[in-house]
Design a protein around this ligand. Structure first.
Ligand code: URA
Length: 239
C-alpha cells in the first residue's frame, strides 16, 4: 500500500492531506525519515509519526467510549448516532461491532474488516464481554451461582451461563459470552433487579482502560492481532 494511502487509512486525513502530514511531521519507516509519499509500505514495516507507532494493518479498527444518549445506528434517529463521535473520514467506512443500548456507555469497537466483524459477532465464537452493572437493590451472593447456569430470559430465549463478580451492594461485573438483545438487563430482570447503569469495559481481549467518554482511539497492532487470534483469523490472510 502506498504511504499516502496508508496514512489516510490510519486517520491522517484524506490522501491530499496526507501529503501535508508528510511535510509537517516526522514520518519514519523502519527508523528512516521519509519524504516520499509514493513509497510502498509492506506488512512488516514499522511506521511512526512524530515518534508514535501507527499500527501497520490494512484495516482501520477503532474503539470508542460511547456516552449515554447516543444510538448505535449509522444515522441519527431518536438520538444522535455514535458515528458523530468518530472522525468524518471513517463514518462511511467502518461498521460497529455489535450494538449497545442508547443508555449504555463504554467500549464499542468499529472496524472496516467485515470478516473480523462477522467472526466477533458470530454466536458460536462466544467472545466474552464484561459489563460494569449498577442495580437498584442489594446484590445477593447467591446470584453468582444462579447466573452461572443457563437462564430463561423470556421470548423463548435461553442465555448461556454468565460470570458475576459482586463489587459492593449495588455494583458488579457481569461477563457474558453472547450478544442477545438487552441481554444483561434481561439476566438481571430475571431476578427482579433493574439495571440503573450499564457500562461495557471489555470485549474479548480489548479493555476500555482509561479512554474518556466520547473519545476514540485506534487499536494498537497488538490489540488488533489479539482480535484476529481469538477469532482464529490468520494475519497473513488479512494483508
Ligand atoms: N446488554 C444490555 O442489556 N444492554 C446493552 O447495551 C448491552 C448488553
Amino acid at each position: 500500500m502506498r504511504l499516502d494511502r496508508f496514512l489516510s487509512a490510519h486517520g491522517f486525513g484524506s490522501r491530499k492531506a496526507s501529503k501535508k502530514v508528510l511535510k509537517n511531521n516526522v514520518i519514519m519507516v523502519n527508523g528512516e525519515l521519509i519524504k516520499d509519499w509514493t513509497m510502498n509500505i509492506k506488512g512488516t514495516d514499522v511506521i511512526t509519526v512524530n515518534g508514535k507507532v501507527v499500527p501497520n494493518t490494512p484495516y482501520t479498527t477503532l474503539m470508542l467510549n460511547k456516552p449515554s444518549g447516543y444510538m448505535c445506528s449509522m444515522k441519527d434517529e431518536n438520538y444522535p448516532s455514535v458515528m458523530n463521535l468518530i472522525p468524518e473520514e471513517y463514518r462511511s467506512r467502518v461498521r460497529m461491532v455489535g450494538r449497545l443500548d442508547q443508555d449504555t456507555t463504554g467500549l464499542l469497537l468499529l472496524t472496516d474488516n467485515g470478516v473480523l466483524n462477522a467472526k466477533l459477532m458470530h454466536p458460536k465464537t462466544h467472545v466474552e464481554k464484561t459489563y460494569l452493572v449498577t442495580v437498584n437493590h442489594i446484590l445477593r451472593p447467591t446470584l453468582v451461582d444462579l447466573m452461572n447456569q443457563p437462564l430463561d430470559i423470556g421470548r423463548g430465549e435461553i442465555a448461556r451461563p454468565s460470570k458475576l463478580e459482586i463489587l459492593d451492594e449495588n455494583h458488579a461485573y457481569l461477563t457474558v459470552s453472547e450478544g442477545k438483545y438487552h441481554e444483561v438487563k434481561r439476566i438481571f430482570g430475571h431476578f427482579s433487579y433493574d439495571v440503573v447503569e450499564l457500562k461495557r469495559v471489555r470485549v474479548g481481549t480489548i479493555q476500555l482502560g482509561d479512554l474518556k467518554e466520547g473519545e476514540h482511539r485506534f487499536l494498537t497492532e497488538e490489540e488488533y492481532d489479539s482480535l484476529l487470534a481469538i477469532t482464529h483469523l490468520k494475519k497473513e490472510e488479512q494483508l
